[in-house]
Design a binder for this molecule. Sequence first.
Ligand SMILES: Cc1cc2nc3c(=O)[nH]c(=O)nc-3n(C[C@H](O)[C@H](O)[C@H](O)COP(=O)(O)OP(=O)(O)OC[C@H]3O[C@@H](n4cnc5c(N)ncnc54)[C@H](O)[C@@H]3O)c2cc1C
Length: 391
Amino acid sequence: MKARKTVAVVGAGLGGLTVCGFLQRAGLSVTVYEQAAAFSRVGAGIILSANAMKAFRRLGIERDLIEAGIKPKSYVSRAWDSGETLYEIRFDAASEARYGGPYINIHRGDLHGVLERVVTPGTIAFDHRLVGLDEGRDAVRLSFENGVRVEADIVIGADGIRSRVRENLFGLEPPRFVGAVAQRAIFPAARLRESGIADCTKWWGPDRHILPYFMTGRRDEIYVIGVIPAPPWDSEASSLPSSRDDMLDSFTGFHLDLQRVLEAACDVSLWPIHDRERNDRWSAGRIVLLGDACHPMRPYMAAGGAMAVEDGVILSRCLAAFDDHDAAFRCYEATRIPRVAKVQRISIENSWMRGPTETDWFYCYDPCVAPLLAPDRSRLPDALTSEGDLL
Ligand SMILES: Cc1cc2nc3c(=O)[nH]c(=O)nc-3n(C[C@H](O)[C@H](O)[C@H](O)COP(=O)(O)OP(=O)(O)OC[C@H]3O[C@@H](n4cnc5c(N)ncnc54)[C@H](O)[C@@H]3O)c2cc1C
């Protein structure tokens, strides 16, 4: 009998843990190698839409995520100066039925605390920073900074925007600074002395935007992310401390409802925003990329994490359906690239839900049952691609 395929996933982010969870359920032998010594509670929130939540339902963590985060009552787009509502999408039982799942906002640390449970205990090798990859005829050898060397049949690069796996495939190419930085703050809602805020509002200015939202169902913790134009980022640091005054300065003239939120902000930090030009090569030999490692995008559609999750589901379905890794990777790329390219384009335009928007194609998508495509874009037979491959 053929030995079980061994898979090494580099990076225990959203994409890495998702692909691992699904591959383990499909019977493959998977180890995740993560450079960090442990998960830390990075000070930021994240929005997870119904398309990603359907994957988390299959992994058994949908309820836990809802409990750790919040199902906002609505998402509202407002004009920066007049406060006029430009668009509103209500999230309720009817929208959940239509999209097939909820929309949640959550603290990234709380998300990771739950996500860790989708993989078999002991699967994640922390403190393993990948420094080298060497592909032989039958396997790939991985080398880590701590001196450990291992071999795997397949390597999945889920190691984020500065992916070492990507560098190994295509050479060193730093990500592109997009000319903007994000000011981020997290603070207790109790600091807002007057009446509360709506669950999730995006304020649209002429050359900047800002999004305050609650991260817990108790509505006791607020996250604000504002994006402003900026000169090139010349620091080596991935973020720098900032201040409430800087944030207030950046949004001078914005509506009083927003000013009130910013007056209460504390722990403000500054993050450069990078992406990469679209590149449709996601694999070579026995090595394949997913998530930010192959298509980092501007965070204006709040969709990069969801794309990493969808990639993880589709890649695991392809690997379960095809014994030959090359066929699996061709199918994965054919299925994913058109959808991801559309999301990349909308993220660059920063147009998502600014005004009336057709959202079904994005939220209704279920990566666990969506058709898998052949390289010529024809649909593969359902027998090959049913969710039975996965679970
Ligand atoms: C300001 C901002 C706001 C955003 N808001 C949203 C949002 O609301 N909703 C949404 O869906 N997306 C959002 N995104 C995008 C989202 O955060 C990313 O797209 C998502 O985290 C990508 O997941 P990933 O698993 O591909 O990579 P990552 O989450 O970056 O994970 C990569 C992992 O690989 C590890 N790693 C890196 N190098 C190595 C190495 N050499 N060896 C071993 N391990 C390594 C890292 O430590 C990390 O754990 C936002 C992004 C930004 C910048």
